[in-house]
Design a protein around this ligand. Structure first.
Ligand SMILES: Nc1ncnc2c1ncn2[C@@H]1O[C@H](COP(=O)(O)OP(=O)(O)O)[C@@H](O)[C@H]1O
Ligand code: SF4
Ligand SMILES: [Mg+2]
Length: 389
């Protein structure tokens, strides 16, 4: 059960007593400079009977030690496929990582053999999935399941294995770990099960932890406790966290930086303050506008009109154009180039260049055009190149 101060905090939205809280509520950064994971132009496609689903189409982002990067976007934008690509857990067929690099601790994991990757999975990079019930096996007790990961990666046996299991369970604040570890998943509450999943993920001290909507299945009061726990573990271990969510409200409490994803691409990145105070992409703006106020919390998120486009049939140009109140002709024809708004703050939107293709950096323009380019766009691209020459 969650104690009442925590409930109060959730009810009031007051996180001011959070240990790392600072005055603007975003918390001071414990981030160190070293990049521990970097995605470069990652592309993961699925071959389906409808056609090629471009689930991840040129995604680049990075995570530093001790940092939390929020990856936010509506359902179907490619957040989980990106995460599964990092873990090399894309079912193949139908899925293929068709391009890019995933540099983990200086090494491109896409170059590793399956055996080498299996060693890294769970040791250097851990993952917490959305639904703890699918992550846990109902027929094994907690001791077995936490123990298995440790046994594989750390080669511990006997009492040292048991000690390590208890340590991991205590790290995720499971009370009476010695006795609880004999329980089976169905004997634990949803919140406790998610803590066990957390214990498995961190038991081998990963440098990167991917949390894919880890609190979506949890009751709202349990959510807050779990999020705080993740921050505490991060403060203790320095793990870099990729926090995937569709909920901008959680991003504000959890993240140092944000990558906003739409239709398989990152459309805006920046520090959490930059994105919250000055969203530069109309999609980020719309997502933020749809975050419910605390007093309206019963409403679900997302009142953005329309649906994301199907990823097997992307329109040329900006995939947000059919839903965007600012859209102009150029938006519908040419994928917007990335513009640098501020240090560490970028967004891909023609509005930032006054809808004028001649203002685009030619290299960025070429990099942006991997989706099918229409004849009109082709012409504009050539014109842009001519202007640049
Ligand atoms: N096994 C698969 N076969 C075909 N398409 C898939 C498969 N897995 C994911 N996709 C597609 O990839 C896209 C991105 O999915 P996903 O990354 O799960 O979205 P998100 O996590 O942002 O909600 C979706 O359009 C989904 O239909
Ligand atoms: S490029 Fe155009 S359609 Fe796309 S988000 Fe910007 S203004 Fe809207
Ligand atoms: Mg997902």
């Amino acid at each position: 059960m969650v104690d009442s101060p925590e409930q109060d905090r959730v009810e009031s939205g007051d996180y001011s007593d959070r240990e790392d809280a600072d005055r603007d509520g975003f918390g001071p950064s414990t981030v160190q400079d070293d990049v521990i994971l970097e995605l470069k132009n990652l592309r993961t496609y699925f071959q389906t009977s409808y056609g090629t689903v471009k689930a991840v189409d040129g995604v680049s982002y990075h995570v530093k030690r001790g940092e939390t990067l929020g990856v936010v976007g509506e359902s179907g934008s490619g957040k989980s496929v990106t995460a599964l690509s990092i873990m090399r857990l894309i079912p193949s067929p139908p899925g293929y990582i068709v391009g890019g690099e995933v540099i983990l601790d200086g090494q491109n994991v896409l170059d590793l053999s399956d055996n080498e990757m299996a060693k890294i999975r769970g040791s250097k990079v851990g993952m917490i999935l959305q639904d703890p019930m699918t992550a846990l096996n109902p027929v094994f007790n907690i001791e077995n399941q936490v123990g298995e990961a440790i046994r594989i990666h750390q080669n511990l046996k006997g009492q040292s294995l048991v000690d390590k299991i208890i340590h991991s369970l205590r790290q995720v604040r499971i009370p009476a770990a010695e006795s609880r570890m004999k329980d089976f998943p169905h004997q634990l509450s949803g919140g406790m099960r998610q803590r066990v999943v957390g214990a498995i993920s961190i038991s081998c001290a990963p440098i990167v932890l991917i949390a894919d909507e880890p609190t979506t299945a949890l009751d709202v009061t349990i959510q807050a406790g779990y999020l705080r726990l993740l921050k505490e573990i991060q403060a203790e271990t320095g793990v870099g966290i990729i926090f995937i969510t569709h909920d901008f409200g959680i991003v504000a409490k959890m993240c140092d930086r944000v990558a906003v994803m739409y239709a398989g691409r990152i459309v805006e990145t920046g520090d959490v303050r930059q994105i919250f105070n000055e969203p530069s992409h109309p999609y980020s703006e719309a997502l933020l506008a749809s975050v419910p106020k605390l007093e309206e919390r019963t409403q679900r998120l997302y009142s953005i009109e329309g649906q994301p486009p199907p990823l097997f049939d992307l329109p040329p140009g900006c995939p947000f154009a059919p839903r965007c109140e600012y859209a102009q002709d150029v938006c519908r024809d040419v994928y917007p180039v990335r513009s640098e708004i501020d240090e560490n703050h970028t967004a891909s939107c023609w509005k930032l260049l006054d809808f004028d293709i001649s203002k685009a950096d030619p290299e960025e323009l070429a990099a942006a055009q991997s989706v099918s380019v229409t004849a009109v766009a082709e012409e504009q691209l050539q014109e842009a190149e001519a202007v640049a020459d």
